[in-house]
Structure formats: structure tokens, C-alpha cells
Ligand binder design. Sequence first.
Ligand code: NAD
Length: 349
Amino acid sequence: MILLVTGVAGFIGSNFVYYYLKQHKDSKIIGLDSLTYAGNINNLSRLTETEKKRFRFIKGDICDTELIKNIFNENQIYGIINFAAESHVDRSIHNPHIFLKTNVLGTQILLDVFKKNYDESKNMKFLQVSTDEVYGALGATGFFTEKTPLNPHSPYSASKASADLIVQAYHATFGLNINITRCSNNYGPYQFPEKLIPLIINNALIHKVLPVYGDGKQIRDWLYVIDHCRAIDMVFHKAKSGEVYNIGGHNEQENIEIVKKILRKLREKTGDKEINEGLIRYVKDRPGHDKRYGIDPTKIKEDLGWKPQIMFEEGIEITINWYLDNADWISSVISGEYLEFYEKNYGCA
Ligand code: NAD
């Protein structure tokens, strides 16, 4: 039996493939990814020879119904974990259409093919990887629980919330075995350098200015990517049908705190005094920018026994070391298209 994992060439999807193949020694994965600007097949080049035998990559789009049908016709697929998405909020403000196409329509197409091949006796499952951003913003207090109403503010989060509703509708209407996970901000190896932590590391190392939105006091709840992967694995194997799980480790920090912490650590590691707070540039805030996200992970702790294993100090150390050791990876993923978008939108290259 084979697991179909989408978005495997992206940040979390590639980390998940490594994690899953190591944890489940007899598992097999088909990894599907259309290799957008954010997808990099080299993210998977470090599979061992034995892992490679249990993994097959297919380049393709989750919106391609015929392709998904063929994958099911030709393989014994028992589950789908859907990571594939357009994932960058800023890009969703510039071009919402592709977000609705991939994130909403793509999810519905996967569900439809899954439904046609659904066999309850085989314990088949569809897991949708969603985000805490579907809940909108918090004030100074309180946390998102699974009962918090969906109130997305960006085209990205609206598309993810829409996908969640479609997944729930396929559970209620057709009785499919589904779960949804909603995780806080992830960080770790293989994250595309348009997201805060790799952007700061990458720019600081080459003394490029560090754009920080507004006053930098937006609060995010950071989780090391492997803790997220472990939670998804537990939900996939242990959760009851129809359940939604929030994933987060109570690690709220202001963006500007994160930036300063990274600068300090990079300066210590490299001895380069030019890596300092003088590189920070406060830029015009993102429209509709949510002030604070914070997850209440009580349900996943109590139902499944999950809790984070890698605290921020350790996780950020691993992450910074990984980017320092993998400068070639950064240059390989920064294409002309990325630089064009970056320079146009942040205006401070
Ligand atoms: P990412 O942008 O790094 O990776 C997305 C991957 O999906 C890329 O490899 C891309 O090529 C692929 N893709 C895009 N459109 C596709 C399509 N139409 N068909 C097939 N493949 C396609 O994103 P990520 O940060 O790894 O996020 C993965 C998932 O986790 C997303 O669904 C995201 O909403 C969710 N999530 C992310 C975070 C986070 O902090 N990064 C937090 C919570 C949830």
C-alpha cells in the first residue's frame, strides 16, 4: 500500500518525506509536485539508497484530474496527505487567482478522485495540511482552539479556509475518512528564502537589508518543522475520522525579536561584525496583516499524546547551522523569478 503525498518538493513536504520514510521502514510514498518556484526537487536528493527504493517522484499538478486518476489506477493508494499549496501571503495579495486554483480547486480534485477510489474497509484517509491563519488574528490574549470560527484575512488564508470547508463537506456528505491539521508558523531546513527566518539568514550573510513589516511587533507562534511532521504522522495514523487538530508549541515571539536573535547568533558564528541591527529596514506594513497568532494545542496533546520535542533555542541553532552549511542550496533555489518578485515588492534589494 502506498501513501500519496503532494507538495513533496516544498519546505514541509520534503521534511515530511524524510521523516516518514525513516519512521515507517516498510512504507512507500508517491510524491507529487508541480515544481513551482517554491518547489525544488533537490530537496529530496538526500534520501538514502534504500529510502529511494520506497519513494517515487511524479512531476504534476494536483489540478490535473486525469493524472490523479491514473496514479490511483496504477497504484494501491491508501491515503493522501495534501501539502501542495501556494503558500506565500504576499504573493496571494498580488495574484489571488492561482491561490484559489491550487489551494481550493486542487484540493477538491484530489478529494473527488479519492472519493471514487474510497474503500472504507482499507481504512483509507485524506489528511489536509492547513494553517492557523484560517482563524484570522488574535488580540493581546487568548488562543486559537479548534472551535474558533474561521475568519481568514488574506487571499492565502481564505483559500486555505475554503479548502478546509470542502474537506469537511466531503466528510459530512460522502462519509470520507478525513482529518485537518492547522499548524502555526514552521521553521527549519529547506524553507524557501522568501519566508521570514531564511530570508533574514540569507540576507544578513550577504549584508543585504532586512525588510521588516510595520513596527515588527507582529506575533507568531513558531514550531520546528519536524515537530509538525510528527504531529501529522500521529493524526494520520491515530485520529478519528472528521477530527481537526491545531498544532503549536506555545512559542510566541515578535517578528523583530526573531530578527535580532538571528543577527546575534549569525554574528557569533561567523565573527562578521557587519551582521548587525543596522541592516534592519522597517517597510510599509502588509495590508490586512494579522497582529497575533497563538495556538492552543490541548486537543492534540490530550487525544494523541503529541507535544513539541525541539524547543526554539535548539531548533533555531539547527536551522542557522543548516543554512550556513548549505549556501549552495540557497543559490540553487533563488531564481530570477524570485529576485524579480522580491525587488519589486520589498523595494530594498
Ligand atoms: P511551500 O511553498 O514550501 O511548498 C509548497 C509545494 O507545493 C511546492 O513544492 C510547490 O511546488 C507545490 N505546489 C504548488 N502548487 C502545486 C500544484 N498545483 N500541484 C502540485 N504541487 C504544487 O509550502 P510549505 O511551507 O511547505 O507549506 C506546505 C503546506 O503546509 C501548505 O499547504 C501550507 O498551507 C501548510 N502550512 C505551512 C506552514 C508554514 O509555516 N510554512 C504552517 C502551517 C501550514
